[in-house]
Design a protein. Structure first.
Length: 204
């Protein structure tokens, strides 16, 4: 797959909207079983160089697939990533108003190949609920009320729950971290959920 990396890595998420190639018009999203929404902040690190971005997200989870939407703080769509058994698709709207599209074998590989950095997508539908993804090795620990999951190269920390007195309560704040490697920059992603586990997903 042709690399779509921005040489300066400036405006981390904006590169999605400027550097992809493809079609016009986002297709509709199938109804979801669970929808998470909230705010995100993202920082990448490559040596001494750092980039950051903030905005809003929504994650629609279905039985065999998921859709992640990333938006600017003003609500403009930056990118949409659809992931399922048949692979992953990354779509974004360019300055000309047309939607650009790239495809890959899975969501994390697609992000790394197309953007030069990856996102915690391989287990996100489980991690965002504060549990490890099934079928893969994982290390789970608790330290002073903070749940930590180490899995698939990611460290996920549940920093706050909706009900601070209930260890089974859905997460409110999460931190995802992956160290820098020869292949990709290090990444820290922070999520603050404002409507976790919403059951009415029609508006997504």
């Amino acid at each position: 797959m042709k690399s779509l990396r921005a040489p300066s890595r400036r405006a981390v998420l904006a590169c999605c909207a400027l550097a992809l190639s493809g079609c016009a018009g986002l297709p509709p999203v199938a109804p979801a079983t669970v929808v998470h929404s909230g705010r995100f902040s993202l920082q990448t690190r490559s040596g001494e160089h750092k980039d950051s971005a903030t905005g809003r997200f929504s994650l629609a989870v279905r039985a065999d697939s998921m859709t992640l939407n990333l938006e600017t703080p003003l609500g403009t769509t930056l990118a949409r990533i659809d992931s399922g058994a048949d692979g992953a698709t990354l779509r974004a709207t360019g300055d000309d108003g047309h939607v650009r599209e790239v495809r890959g074998p899975d969501a994390e590989a697609l992000a790394e190949s197309a953007l030069g950095w990856t996102l915690p997508l391989s287990g996100l539908s489980d991690w965002i609920d504060g549990r490890p993804a099934p079928g893969r090795p994982a290390r789970v620990s608790e330290d002073d009320g903070v749940t930590q999951i180490e899995q698939s190269g990611w460290t996920i920390r549940v920093l706050e729950r909706i009900d601070a007195n209930d260890a089974a309560s859905p997460p409110r704040r999460l931190n995802f971290e992956r160290p820098e490697s020869d292949r990709a920059p290090g990444l820290t992603l922070r999520l603050v959920l404002d409507q976790p586990n919403a059951r009415d997903a029609a508006r997504y």
